[in-house]
Design a protein around this ligand. Structure first.
Ligand code: FAD
Length: 798
């Protein structure tokens, strides 16, 4: 065994093998994989090997597409048979909502060049004669689906990696991980120690235990999962003889099951509602290529539907029942990337669909390690999308929800209930009493909108306009015409202090730093010029700054800042130690002025001012800016003052017709001013030039990514952010929800990015405080009215 290596990959399942292969592909060949027993010994060996590209998130779909396309190549190069069956796949819909979902998935797939086709139930029956047509109204056919041999694929990855110089040590258990002061690792195994620059946790069923070796509690949980294989069936033989090919795979939303041909019989798996976590606290190291006891009673409801939808199955004998464990993260997506706050430590775990996603996970992680950039928008898989709040119990609740909803639609406006309410701010009860409809983001509850008095605070989930639409439109009008109050605690807040803070931030940010008492907007870039984040920077002293950013990216951004930290700088994540309320609308100044002695007149408190003042008796930092773009203020206080602040502003606002507004109205209002936001317009695959962040770009100082910006400005951007009005069908209005393709001249040219769903009313605002400005307090664009066209931002060719 080597005593040192550039990378040690821990775990020889399909994911670890894929990471190893991709590292060698990118030129890192001093890499080893350590496997405690034999390759595939975790959840890989007993997988059903099904693979598909279809995914509601186009970024994940793209990586699945890459994975499926890789198998022929690794088979040829390694000489290892992967038993690739490209049978094609049907996703069957039994009702209108599921057809809507299929249309959405097909549309999103188009800009990835995915060749999927919506077909009738009758056509589905022709392709898959086992089904009863009456239970379906249509289907999506994807030719790029099929199944592989899990062991063959894992060995093929390993074989290719070995050919390139990688080494694999089987029957070698990593028992401990110790980091040296220089950030390198001592990997302690039962066969000796390896000194490694980087470690990768691809421990699958034991990823949590590997994490604990370095004090991490990863949000990962294994679930039991069952599938059964029937005896050979005459119907299958007939189809094979008549068509010369095997039956396609089928995913059946209603039955929550998947079904495919296996030899001369059928393989049937289900994501049952009565799902069961496996080893909820600790995975035993003694578990080794074992299966769990089958429990057919647990999947009986799904089997009942299966026998109804595919009657031939009811008469087929069961040859084998497989029950095995595999891992999930709370939202069902993998955990990939560098662990925040731990140098040279990488994750590739919680991959619940290793044969659809394993290749993409390996590719992006290897690029991230080798190039410093995953090369794709992998936000949905970033290990940093969870914070410390994702405890063992939270993970358990969310994973059970995620497993049981595997075949359920999550609507664009849907908020899932498990693991809530976990994080709340002090005004939670006050807002609940005023009929708030709550959403959760990064674990924190935040008000989405406020239902009318006397009506139930609940939103219909739909692809179309929900019952929230007219109420949110009213909230927008209220902000436009009077004054609105909302909670803004769901920003990420950071404080940067220390003698070197100004120099440090200036080297990270594209904009010049503001003067003391002022705020400005800025971007941070990676060396390739891609957007890492976008922040409001408020300066309260020479070397004292508050940063405000996107809350969902709090761990992601902290990782970036801490990864670049200078010795003479202190960087603190403020979390809920600083909470906020925001006033917005033409009456905002009058309301706030009535409760503070500080003069808020424009000459004393101009737009983009940030100061410490007293609001009533409450010590607060007050920034004159709003994300709605209206005259307004963000008022930041310690949590113990938030209730008093709310009561004070609410009371003071009564003569001005104050009302509450939520996140939906905020997203709509900001969209009208073309204010971008993280994970929507601003994504790590775009540059500030493409995203039109020119006002935040000042090229007179050095910052990370400067050279890349210069080069792009010289050659011109390959694509730019655009802004469109979309007129929905008046008979059945549905607003764009995100990632829809844009057609031009009969071809898909681009994709519409996620955005606020409900659109606000608008009016032309003249005079007063409203004037064109770099950001904030701007007149909205002409166009949108309730029931009229909706706004969308698009990233397209210029
Ligand atoms: C019944 C069933 C059916 C499935 N069907 C499908 C399907 O059709 N399609 C699909 O895409 N997915 C399917 N899956 C899921 C699939 O099995 C997983 O996504 C995949 O196996 C995950 O691979 P992995 O490499 O992350 O983890 P694992 O396969 O668990 O591999 C982890 C490896 O790490 C090793 N290891 C852990 N800790 C250490 C240590 N400290 N030292 C050394 N080695 C260590 C383990 O021994 C193990 O071999 C199914 C799962 C089940 C249970």
């Amino acid at each position: 065994m080597k005593s040192s290596a550039q990378v040690v990959v821990i775990g020889g399942g399909v994911v670890g093998a894929s990471v190893l292969y991709h590292l060698t592909e990118l030129g890192w060949t001093d890499v080893v994989l350590v496997e405690r027993t034999e390759l595939t010994a975790g959840s890989t060996w007993h997988a059903a090997g099904g693979m598909h590209t279809l995914n509601g998130d186009p970024n994940v779909a793209k990586l699945q597409q890459y994975t499926v396309g890789l198998y022929r190549e690794i088979e040829q190069r390694s000489g290892q048979n992967c038993s690739i069956h490209m049978s094609g796949g049907l996703t069957l819909a039994g009702d209108r909502e599921r057809m809507d979902w299929l249309r959405m998935a097909q549309a999103r797939g188009r800009y990835l060049g995915m060749d999927m086709e919506i077909i009738s139930a009758a056509e589905a029956k022709r392709m898959f004669p086992l089904l009863e047509e009456q239970y379906f109204i249509g289907a999506l056919f994807d030719p790029a689906e099929g199944h592989v041999d899990p062991t063959g694929v894992t060995r093929a990855y390993a074989g290719c990696a070995r050919q390139a110089g990688a080494e694999i040590y089987q029957h070698t258990w990593v028992s401990d991980l110790r980091q040296r002061p220089d950030g390198t690792w001592d990997v302690i195994t039962d066969a000796g120690e390896i000194h490694a620059e980087h470690i990768v946790n691809a421990g699958g069923l034991w990823a949590r235990e590997v994490g604990r070796m370095i004090g991490l509690e990863l949000p990962v949980l294994a679930m039991e999962h069952m599938y059964l294989i029937t005896e050979d069936m005459a119907e299958v033989a007939e189809h094979n003889a008549a068509t010369g090919h095997e039956l396609p795979m089928a995913m059946d939303f209603d039955g929550e099951l998947y079904i495919r041909q296996e030899g001369g019989g059928m393989l049937l798996g289900t994501y049952e509602q009565a799902c069961v976590p496996w080893s909820p606290r600790e995975t035993p190291w003694t578990f080794d290529q074992q299966l769990l006891a089958p429990d057919l009673d647990r999947i009986a409801p799904s089997l009942e539907i299966a026998f109804k939808h595919y009657p031939a199955l009811a008469d087929a004998g069961i040859k084998k029942v497989i029950n095995g464990p595999f891992t999930f993260a709370p939202d069902g997506n993998p955990l990939v990337g560098p662990v925040p706050g731990v140098r040279n430590c990488w994750m590739a775990c919680a991959v619940m669909a290793g044969f659809s996603r394993g290749g993409g996970v390996g590719l992006t992680l290897a690029r991230w390690m080798v190039d410093g950039d995953p090369g794709e928008d992998i936000w949905a898989m970033d290990v940093a999308r969870f914070g410390n709040w994702a405890s063992l119990a939270y993970t358990n609740a969310k994973v059970r929800e995620s497993y049981s909803r595997r075949f359920r639609i999550t609507f664009p406006n849907e908020e899932l209930p498990a693991g809530r309410a976990l994080h709340t701010t002090p005004v939670y009860d006050r807002l609940t009493a005023r009929n708030a409809v709550w959403g959760a983001s990064f674990g924190l509850e935040h008000p989405l909108w406020f239902q009318r008095p006397g009506e139930e605070p609940r939103e219909d989930v739909t692809f179309r306009r929900s019952n929230a639409f007219p109420v949110v439109a009213d909230e927008c009008m209220m902000v436009r015409e009077r004054v609105g109050l909302t909670e803004c605690s769901n920003f990420a807040k950071y404080r940067v202090t220390g003698a070197g803070s100004a120099d440090w931030l200036q080297g990270l940010f594209t904009n010049r730093l503001p003067r003391a008492g002022r705020i400005n907007l800025t971007a941070a870039l990676d060396p390739n010029g891609h957007i890492v984040g976008e922040f409001s920077v408020a300066r309260v002293g020479t070397d004292d700054f508050f940063l405000f950013g996107s809350q969902i990216a709090e761990a992601h951004h902290s990782r970036w800042f801490l990864g670049h930290l200078a010795d003479d700088v202190r960087f603190d994540v403020l979390g809920l130690s600083l909470v906020g309320l925001s006033l917005a609308g033409p009456g905002a100044r009058d309301v706030l002025q009535s409760v503070t002695d500080a003069s808020l007149a424009t000459e004393n408190y101009p737009f983009m001012t940030f100061r410490r003042i007293d609001v009533g008796m409450i010590p607060a930092y007050v920034g004159r800016m709003t994300y709605t773009g209206d005259l307004g203020y963000e008022i930041w206080v310690a949590p113990e003052y938030q209730r008093a602040l709310f009561d004070l502003l609410w009371q003071a606002g009564q003569p001005h017709g104050i009302g509450l507004f939520g996140f939906r109205a905020l997203m709509s209002l900001r969209m009208e001013k073309a204010f971008g936001t993280w994970a929507r317009e601003y994504r790590p695959i775009y540059t500030p030039v493409q995203a039109r962040m020119h006002r935040s770009l000042k090229l007179d100082h050095d910052f990370i990514g400067h050279a890349a910006v210069d080069a792009e400005l010289a050659r011109g951007p390959a694509r730019t952010l655009g802004y469109f009005d979309i007129t929905p069908d008046p008979a059945e209005p549905a607003d764009v929800a995100g990632d829809e393709p844009i057609w031009h001249g009969g071809a898909v040219v681009s994709v519409r990015l996620r955005a606020g769903r409900a659109r606000g009313a608008r009016r032309d605002v003249r005079g007063g405080d409203h004037r064109p400005a770099p950001s904030g307090e701007v007149a909205p664009r002409a166009g949108a009215r309730p029931g009229g066209p909706s706004h969308a931002r698009l990233m397209g060719r210029p």
